[in-house]
Ligand binder design. Structure first.
Ligand SMILES: O=C(O)c1ccc[n+]([C@@H]2O[C@H](COP(=O)([O-])O)[C@@H](O)[C@H]2O)c1
Ligand SMILES: Cc1cc2nc[nH]c2cc1C
Length: 354
């Protein structure tokens, strides 16, 4: 696709190989059998390399929720009415949503970006209004976004990433948008070259008949668009989600700025896939937080080589909640790495040769 978005393919910041090796060496001499802290060890090593430090930290976390409505909601593909998107933005502003509680619990900064809802939202300064349109076009009938809309939605993600650029900051993207599992499923179906039935699921809670109907709506829409062979940006524009576009750009900008990204559930992981297809160098900066209960997640995560999500707790909320659930774990990984004694310091005998 011809685009003014050429910045998207600029290389991500390089990891510090020096700090990667120092962190690997330190993990090997801490008072524990080698590898016994499992994924915590790799997490600390990766963060040390990302932050180019011998003392990785996760103290500065910026949580950014991108919210938007979807024209495809008119096809009856969600268990909830479209009005919930705007209603939940108000709930974010009042502090009543799950992500607000998680942000407070973990002393993380929370930002809400409203990219457009059908019902108006007036929440004063708490919500940053960056309205692209009341909703995307219904992708069962036409492309979800114009090129300008795609560009403007992506600029919101860039703005969020750049404002998260604090010393040793981490970025969590979250999303809110009724019917966005349909958009995400459609995008992933094209990018993975699989069938809709391999990925489609209940989203907010459709029953079996509802999932069947959702699958046939997405299937028919994809036949109309005929996107096979299209690049990831074209797929994003056609099947959309302003909030998904903002996430894609936010992730890429974070990787370019050297900000570690904690990727949330199904929709966010689809955004991560679009980002990865546009610019493969972003993968160094992604920490996959949790296996969403949305069934398509299991196939989706296989598209990222060697990536295993940290948690599998049956979550499927969105909002960045699964990523936020990882904050205490990431902090613990850092504390173990930074503060444990070495075998030498503690005068503990090391492993024998056997
Ligand atoms: O993050 C996930 O894994 C996830 C899985 C299912 C649903 N959601 C959330 O539910 C909404 C989309 O679901 P739906 O059924 O309306 O397409 C949207 O606001 C998402 O944040 C999120
Ligand atoms: C209530 C509700 C809260 C959500 N948060 C993210 N997606 C959501 C969808 C619904 C329906």
């Amino acid at each position: 696709m011809s685009t003014t978005l050429s910045w998207l393919t600029q290389a991500s910041k390089s990891l510090s190989q020096q700090h990667l090796q120092l962190a690997q060496k330190r993990q090997a001499v801490l008072t524990k059998p080698a590898g016994s802290l499992g994924a915590f060890e790799l997490l600390a090593i990766r963060l040390a390399a990302m932050q180019a430090t011998q003392r990785p930290s996760a103290d500065n976390v910026s949580i950014n929720i991108f919210a938007a409505d979807h024209g495809i909601a008119a096809e009856g593909v969600s268990a909830f009415p479209q009005a919930v998107t705007a209603e939940m933005i108000k709930n974010f502003a009042r502090g009543g949503a799950a992500i607000c509680v998680a942000a407070k619990q973990n002393s993380a900064n929370l930002h809400v970006w409203n990219l457009g809802t059908v019902a108006p939202v007036d929440c004063g300064a708490v919500v940053k209004n960056r309205i692209i349109a009341p909703q995307t076009a219904n992708f069962a009938q036409s492309p979800a976004m114009s090129s300008d809309q795609l560009n403007n939605a992506m600029l919101v993600g860039v703005e969020a990433a750049e404002s998260a650029c604090l010393p040793e900051g981490l970025f969590i993207g979250g999303e809110m948008g009724i019917a966005n599992t349909s958009a995400a499923t459609a995008i992933a179906t094209v990018l993975l070259g699989c069938n809709v039935s391999d990925l489609v699921g209940p989203g907010t809670g459709l029953n079996a008949d509802g999932v069947k109907h959702k699958a046939s709506v997405i299937d028919l829409a994809l036949k109309r668009h005929n996107l096979s062979g299209s690049d990831a940006l074209q797929v994003l524009k056609s099947l959309g989600g302003f909030e998904i576009a903002a996430l894609v750009a936010g992730y890429i900008r974070c990787a370019q700025l050297g900000i570690p990204v904690i990727v949330d559930g199904f929709i966010c992981t689809v955004a991560a896939l679009v980002a990865y297809r546009i610019n493969p160098s972003v993968l160094d900066w992604f920490i996959f937080s949790h296996q969403s209960a949305e069934p398509g997640y299991q196939l989706l995560i296989k598209a990222f080589p060697n990536q295993v999500p940290l948690l599998d707790l049956g979550m499927r909320l969105g909002e960045g909640s699964g990523a936020a659930a990882c904050i205490p774990l990431i902090r613990l990984a850092c504390a173990w790495h930074n503060d444990m004694a070495t075998f030498e310091e503690a005068a503990v005998s090391e492993q024998s040769e056997y």
